[in-house]
Design a binder for this molecule. Structure first.
Ligand code: ADP
Ligand code: MG
Length: 251
């Protein structure tokens, strides 16, 4: 069976003038349509590198990554990216920020304008559309960043520690928010995080990477996603078991 995303024996060496860093040794991984996969691993093990390879920004030294059977490095693909910093432009309003992706891709389809407005309405941002980002809370800013990505109708969403810069209370709210939006929009997602609780509670599957050069060290499945509230997921025995298992692999 063909998977939406197929990562086959990917390795990557960074070359600088002086030396070579082997970031990724040999990673194979498949992700199915609508699946939510988390990737955890020690700092510097190559998680961001792997996402960049998946996105087609970096060409792997060997191996291949295909989305819908097409290599991501050679194909103009529909992959959305969300980072720790929201990268909103302060001099553009919420609406202008959300439109940015469509402008860059010269997409003037009226259907997209409608979709954009429906997303803003659905996720409580329509009343703020003419405000500038500095008038928004950290949580709302991340929501704007997510909607900006969703407007482009990505087939795959890559999230690189998107909650890392938020304080504890905001973080809890934003995680619930982002995860509900991903569920509702049924987006296939890959989340990189150093927070084991986040990985265990948000995803269908958790991939544990080894230290650099990274390989897949372990893989765990979770059934928690069917519980709507993340707080409730975290109260289950299954949650505790998964966190314990990941923690053991990492220590
Ligand atoms: P992670 O996201 O897991 O913290 P990264 O993918 O950012 O790790 O980096 C993996 C390794 O590759 C690190 O040792 C890092 O220093 C190195 N690295 C990352 N980007 C570059 C680059 N552009 N040139 C050389 N080395 C890099
Ligand atoms: Mg990183």
């Amino acid at each position: 069976m063909e998977h939406l995303l197929e990562i086959k024996n990917v390795s990557l060496n960074y070359h600088t003038l002086k030396d070579e860093t082997k970031a990724i040794e040999d990673i194979s991984l498949n992700v199915d349509d609508k699946e939510f996969v988390s990737i955890v691993g020690p700092s510097g093990c190559g998680k961001t590198t792997l996402l960049s390879i998946i996105a087609g920004i970096i060409k792997p030294s060997s191996g291949s990554v295909t989305l819908n059977g097409k290599p991501t490095f050679e194909t103009k693909n529909k992959i959305g990216y969300m980072f720790q910093r929201d990268h909103l432009f302060e001099w553009r309003t919420v609406l202008q920020n959300v439109k940015l992706g469509l402008e860059i891709t010269h997409n003037k389809d009226p259907e997209n304008k409608e979709y954009l407005e429906s997303l803003l309405k659905k996720y409580g941002l329509y009343d703020f559309k003419d405000k500038y980002p500095n008038h928004l809370s950290g949580g709302m800013r991340q929501r704007v960043a997510l909607i900006r990505t969703l407007v482009l109708r990505p087939e795959l969403l890559l999230l690189d520690e998107p909650f890392g810069a938020l304080d504890y209370q905001t973080r809890k709210m934003v995680i619930q928010d982002v995860s509900s939006i991903i569920d509702k929009e049924q987006k296939t997602s890959i989340l990189v995080t150093h927070d084991l609780g986040e990985a265990a509670s948000l995803s269908d599957r958790i991939i544990v990477l080894s230290k650099r050069p990274s390989v897949v060290k372990a893989e765990f499945k979770s059934n928690l996603r069917k519980i709507p509230l993340i707080e409730d997921r975290k109260r289950t025995d299954e949650y505790q078991e998964i966190v314990d298992k990941i923690w053991k692999e990492l220590s």
